[in-house]
Design a protein around this ligand. Structure first.
Ligand code: NAP
Length: 299
């Protein structure tokens, strides 16, 4: 079975629509500002998704492009301006940044209540506490895809391959918060297959085409493939195609539930970004210390 991310993103939009209506009734208009430094071809698809998604959801969206030659201070100034602008309720700094600019240092300049990508240490801290407010969008997208598969997480063997700050680590914490027995694998893991074969749930977020082959996965496992890799098109070697980190067709043939690439994690990540934009707008006009309702009420 394929875990259809496009269909899930639509269901999330319908689920969250009353939230946007409630904000509008109060005269609050969520507005997302996406800042890109220079022009990076690998960001194009995400930027397109943001614009299309915001349009479909009815959320105001603006893209600000700074010159590729911008210094860290230039980017800081743009972020400070957006932070001070009450009309902007959510800010995202598009990564990767040109070399010489520190994504981590700059992301920390976004005020936590406008940090719709959930990358500020204060927001990441709420993930550690198991009470996420604005959590990293891709990590939340993984959780939504898992929920859509119907897999019961309590006590299940979950294996996460990759431990980046925006995907692998927060996914592992979100899974732990749902009482899954969670293993995290990385570049120095000695025998990757011995871990992946145990998994009822396998999340792969590395960026290596076909890292996970059918012999490495238990029949019937739920597999969420986060990877995005441009590889030569086997039908036309002059072209490239986008694939994930797992051998999707072989895993489907083994009875696994697999999120395809493209059309799996990507569209749900955009839906989570827009959902975070609504949460940020709600918080901007309410008590910032108030508890946020659980992110995954259905789990
Ligand atoms: P990243 O920061 O490069 O992290 C990759 C992780 O994989 C690191 O923890 C690395 O370990 C680990 N790794 C590298 N080689 C490995 C191996 N052979 N076996 C096991 N682990 C290995 O990447 P990321 O930002 O997490 O993104 C991962 C992939 O997901 C990329 O393809 C990216 O494009 C994609 N992505 C997709 C979306 C989406 O919305 N669809 C969003 C974000 C990212 P070390 O740290 O030890 O090197």
């Amino acid at each position: 079975m394929e875990l259809d991310g496009r269909a899930l993103a639509e269901r999330i939009r319908a689920r969250e629509a009353p939230r946007l209506e409630a904000l509008r009734r109060q005269g609050i208009h969520p507005s997302l500002l996406s800042i890109e430094v220079g022009e990076n071809p690998s960001s194009e698809s995400y930027l397109r998704g943001q614009r299309r998604g915001a349009e479909a959801w009815g959320i105001e969206y603006r893209m600000q492009r700074l010159p590729a030659s911008s210094t860290e201070d230039d980017v800081r100034d743009a972020l400070a301006e957006a932070a001070a602008d009450a009309r902007v309720t959510g800010i995202l700094l598009q990564c990767p940044l040109p070399s010489g600019l520190s994504a981590r240092a700059l992301q920390h300049e976004i005020p936590p209540h406008k940090d719709v990508e959930g990358v500020h240490p204060e927001n990441l801290g709420t993930v550690v506490h198991g009470r996420p407010r604005l959590a990293p969008c891709t990590a939340m997208a993984v959780m939504e895809l898992v929920a859509s598969s119907g897999l019961a997480l309590q006590g299940c063997e979950a294996v996460v391959v990759g431990h980046s700050e925006i995907v692998g680590k927060p996914v592992a914490l979100l899974l732990l918060a749902q009482d899954a027995t969670t293993t995290v694998c990385h570049k120095f893991t000695k025998d990757l297959a011995s871990h992946t074969r145990r998994a009822d749930l396998l999340v792969v977020a590395v960026g290596k085409a076909r890292l996970v082959t059918a012999d490495m996965v238990k029949p019937g496992a739920v597999v969420v493939d986060v990877g995005i890799n441009a590889v030569r098109d086997p039908k036309d070697p002059a072209k490239t195609v986008i694939v994930g980190d797992v051998d999707t067709a072989a895993l489907l043939a083994k009875g696994c539930a697999v999120s395809p690439v493209p059309g799996g994690v990507g569209p749900v990540t955009v839906a989570m970004l827009l959902r975070n934009t609504l949460v940020a707008a709600e918080r901007a006009y309410s008590d910032p210390e108030a508890e946020t309702p659980p992110l995954f009420p259905d789990l």
